[in-house]
Design a protein around this ligand. Structure first.
Ligand code: APR
Ligand code: ZN
Length: 246
């Protein structure tokens, strides 16, 4: 990690791109890792907008724990390490693909959720909003496939998570691009870097002459452009948490 830590100390503008791998340390499964969500049959339907409109219970059954159990989840070592890095002036901001809201829970102040978040849900028909807590209350005590519905028109509530087939939230993605373009160092943490356009963010840093460090157990398509890929996120978190001054 020495090379990564040295680069962090020297970098005047550092950005992080995080993925589901950092939340496996909090007990939340990732998607494509060995125990990933996508190991289950038909799992790719869970976050697919066409399947949602056909049968919203596919999402609600698939995410009952993953999303609606988030109240009981706390930030893990990498969330805390990135908060610490920000506190010592070593991090400009985070672009996250995660929808677990754990960076905010860890106190990070600049977090761009490029795949949205379940903080708000909207009725698929009339657009009426419902908060995460309101939807959790509607699900309380109901069976796994229960679908929370709009009290006005009866259509299903959908989380403001970017499903496959939907466009990314414009502002969050534009801010994430700006962060990547001006970064001297980009940290890609716990992401397989396989889902675009988010996976294209580190390329913006490289195109601007910045450096890419990857911390991920499995190989990624950007490994050959990185200074290095380290396998262990817990080791990364420990090294950053022991930094006094960036
Ligand atoms: N240490 C190091 N790496 C880890 C650890 C760990 N403890 N746990 C998991 N990983 C790595 C896995 O090896 C995997 O390569 O994290 C990576 C997670 O990759 P994905 O599961 O593909 O998650 P992510 O890259 O965030 O997926 C991107 O795909 O399904 C969509 O919208 C969803 O945001 C998600 C997007
Ligand atoms: Zn409605």
């Amino acid at each position: 990690m020495k090379q990564l830590i040295e680069a962090l100390k020297k970098s005047r503008r550092t950005a992080a791109l995080t993925g589901a791998g950092i939340s496996t340390l909090c007990g939340i499964p990732d998607f494509r890792g060995p125990q990933g969500l996508y190991a289950q049959p038909d799992a790719e339907r869970i976050f697919d907008i066409d399947w949602f409109d056909r049968d919203p219970s596919i999402y609600y059954r698939g995410c009952r724990e993953l999303v609606y159990g988030l109240k009981d989840r706390s930030p893990g070592p990498v969330h805390k390490a990135l908060k610490h890095l920000e506190d010592i002036g070593g991090l400009d901001g985070i672009a996250t693909q995660n929808i677990d809201m754990l960076h905010q829970k860890a106190g990070s102040s600049t977090v761009w959720e490029v795949h949205g978040s379940p903080l708000l849900h909207h009725c698929r028909n009339c657009g009426r909003a419902a908060t995460f807590d309101e939807v959790c209350a509607m699900l309380d005590g109901k069976e796994a496939a229960f679908v929370p519905r709009c009290p006005v028109c009866g259509a299903a509530f959908k989380p403001d998570i970017t499903f496959f087939g939907e466009a990314l939230p414009e502002k969050a993605f534009a801010e994430a691009q700006a962060l990547a373009i001006r970064a001297e160092v980009m940290l890609a943490l716990g992401t397989s870097l396989t889902v675009f356009p988010a996976a294209g963010l580190p390329r913006l840093t490289l195109q601007g002459g910045g450096k890419l460090f990857i911390v991920n157990a499995q190989p990624t398509p950007l490994d050959r452009f990185a200074v290095r890929r380290y396998p262990d996120l817990a080791e990364f978190a420990e090294a950053v948490l022991s930094l006094r001054q960036a």
